[in-house]
Design a protein around this ligand. Structure first.
Ligand code: PNS
Length: 168
């Protein structure tokens, strides 16, 4: 059985992530979505919330499951028997950012990373941009699921992060 690990911060999961994971699920028997910590980022949502939202967003794909990555990605990949890491690539910036991680993960354990090109319709959607647009009062409702949208709104209100026009 082929097992792929799709890791990310998923802060929050977007329609772009969902598309990459759905496509991974057609290529591998089993896909494990790993909600991990990126030490270079300060997340909006707690890890448990990110995990819940990813699980709810992917409940329609039978061979996908979602789990928290407790530490080093390659240790988790080994523990679940993953033969590949799958990441989405939206453009050259992603490629430049992902390449050192892919090489490091291969150096540590020999695990291969497979890159899938983002569909053009999703190539501009990044969690960080979605949060920024929402923070300034922009409409991001067609870039995340309604559940994710509601969770982002609640968290932004709770953390007093809104900077744009007054939210309804
Ligand atoms: O969605 P992101 O933030 O681009 O995902 C990056 C992530 C979380 C996959 C990466 O930071 C990661 O693998 N974190 C787990 C800790 C780890 O293994 N770090 C070394 C990566 S070479």
């Amino acid at each position: 059985m082929s097992i792929a690990l799709c890791p990310g911060s998923f802060d929050p999961i977007t329609l772009g992530h969902i598309d990459i994971i759905e496509r991974s699920a057609t290529l591998f028997d089993r896909v494990i979505v790993g909600v991990a910590t990126n030490s270079g980022k300060f997340p909006l949502l707690e890890p448990e919330r990110r995990l819940e939202l990813a699980s709810a967003s992917l409940a329609h794909v039978p061979n996908v499951e979602v789990a928290e990555v407790p530490g080093l990605l390659v240790d988790f990949a080994r523990s679940v028997g993953a033969s590949a890491i799958v990441k989405g690539i939206r453009g050259s910036n992603d490629f430049d950012g992902e390449t050192p991680m892919a090489l490091m993960n291969a150096h540590l354990t020999g695990i291969e990373t497979v890159f899938l090109h983002a569909r053009p319709a999703f190539a501009h959607i990044a969690s960080s941009l979605v949060k920024d647009v929402m923070r300034f009062g922009g409409d991001v409702s067609d870039m995340v699921t309604p559940t994710v949208h509601a969770a982002m709104e609640a968290s932004m209100r709770e953390k007093n992060l809104y900077l744009g026009k007054e939210q309804q």
